[in-house]
Design a protein around this ligand. Structure first.
Ligand code: 13P
Length: 271
């Protein structure tokens, strides 16, 4: 056997050992995709799977289909949440949905500050902060998305950008509530482009995010905050990124829409 082949075998063994040891969050952000039948089919398939493994599955459907997840995932280990929330509890806020409504449908998680909401709907870090506050007040876990755009990456401004997104959105968070928070690093240039961040880039940013969280909450409180990666995650790259330091899971868009593809990703993160 060639030296190269031996090295590759060793690399694969090490990767498998690391993946088998880690507990991942595997989250599916369906964005504004799918319809009723498609979701029913997906959930039926999911319910046929044994999900008794170390990892946690979280689905984020469009709002109108939440009732299907409430119905179909009653006895499942899979969890679900909303793609957005408003910070007020009720009132004249046409088109918005409150934390109470999320709880009413059994949601445990809410995606906050996704770059599509920041870029298309002009959501700010301050708004993300209010939404994080509303979630934590009612026991929901916010999945706060942060990440730089292509120019910020090109001109090496990405750390400043990410630091200010985190510092503003989490500035009012009580240290006792950090156990509920999840961070998601989603570089805008990697979302839906097929061009994922490399494992080295992911590791660098995740370690940087960890240091920002340490300075905000102290090392002990910050240690329990998982950091997910999102941006063109697929079967071919998920295991390489999974072994990067401080990667606690994935927030997956396109590759989570098709059940078989999503299932393959789940299996790739089992062992
Ligand atoms: P893709 O996986 O389609 O790149 O989307 C990532 C994302 O935006 C998840 O929130």
């Amino acid at each position: 056997m060639q030296k190269q082949q031996i090295l590759e075998l060793v690399r694969q063994e090490v990767r498998s050992a690391v993946i088998a040891r880690k507990e991942f969050i595997i989250a599916a952000n369906w964005k504004m995709n799918k319809d009723k039948n498609d979701i029913i089919g997906f959930l039926k398939n999911l319910n046929k799977e044994k999900l008794e493994n170390k990892n946690k599955i979280i689905l984020f459907p469009p709002y109108p289909y939440l009732y299907l997840l409430e119905e179909q995932l009653r006895y499942s280990k899979a969890l679900y949440g909303m793609q957005n929330i408003f910070w007020e509890t009720s009132g004249a806020f046409t088109g918005e949905v409150s934390v109470e409504m999320a709880l009413d449908f059994g949601c445990k998680y809410v995606i906050i500050g996704h770059s599509e909401r920041r870029n298309i709907l002009m959501e700010t870090d301050e708004m993300a902060g209010k939404k994080v506050g509303a979630c934590l007040q009612h026991g929901l876990s916010p999945v706060l998305c942060v990440g730089e755009n292509l120019d910020e990456r090109k001109f090496s401004h990405y750390k400043e950008r990410i630091k200010s997104q985190i510092a503003t959105a989490l500035s009012q968070v009580d240290i006792e509530k950090t156990g509920k928070i999840i961070l998601a690093y989603e570089p805008v240039w990697a979302i839906g482009t097929g061009m994922n961040a490399s494992p080295e880039q992911v590791e660098e940013v995740h370690m940087f995010i960890r240091s920002v969280l340490d300075s905000l909450f102290g090392e002990k409180a910050a240690a329990c905050i998982p950091i997910l990666y999102g941006g063109s995650v697929k079967t071919s790259n998920v295991r390489d990124i999974a072994v990067a330091k401080d990667v606690s899971g994935f927030l997956i868009g396109g590759a989570s829409l098709d059940f078989d593809e999503f299932k393959r990703i789940i299996s790739l993160l089992d062992t």
